[in-house]
Design a protein around this ligand. Structure first.
Ligand code: FES
Ligand code: FES
Length: 161
């Protein structure tokens, strides 16, 4: 019998509870228990950012985050960015710029961009490039992704992006 631990957290603004395995990752928990499949498993080693989520305001690789570490935390996944008001500025900017090809990296990119813009709404191109260093995209060549993050910054300021 494998050991389980009860945790509670705020997930996408909703208080939830879960029974988690001691070796289970946050990524596995999100998919198994909550059907939140936006965060992707790619490298599984903290190298690609495809699994990025935001925990207590900081971006984290959910593949390397133990599920038990989410106990008592505030967790946001890409699914939580959509509200009744519509998509998040970052999501809208990715649409506007066509910054998606296969889409596998996209949820992680969007969450890392959301984290960067939360910290610095007036982010520079150099800061975007540095901030996305841990997020790998095999398809787009990054130019449209960087443009999308800049566009999201403008959308947040109230201009069309
Ligand atoms: S799957 Fe988590 S960093 Fe690559
Ligand atoms: S759009 Fe394919 S990996 Fe980024």
């Amino acid at each position: 019998m494998s050991l389980k631990i009860e945790i509670s957290l705020v997930l996408n603004e909703t208080k939830v509870e879960a029974s988690v395995g001691v070796t289970e990752s946050a990524l596995e928990l999100l998919r198994r228990e909550f059907d939140l499949c936006g965060a992707k498993l790619a490298c599984g080693e903290g190298e690609c950012g495809a699994c990025t989520i935001i925990v207590d305001g900081r971006s984290r690789n959910s593949c390397l985050t133990p599920a038990v570490d989410l106990d008592g935390r505030d967790v946001m996944t890409v699914e939580g960015l959509w509200t009744e008001k519509g998509v998040d500025a970052v999501q809208q900017a990715f649409i506007n710029e066509g910054a998606v090809q296969c889409g596998y990296c996209t949820p992680g990119m969007i969450m890392q961009a959301r984290y960067l813009l939360n910290r610095n709404p007036d982010i520079s191109e150099a800061e975007i490039i540095r901030g996305l260093e841990g997020n790998v995209c095999r398809c787009t060549g990054y130019k449209k992704i960087i443009a999308a993050v800049k566009g999201a910054s403008r959308i947040q300021e109230g201009s069309p992006g």
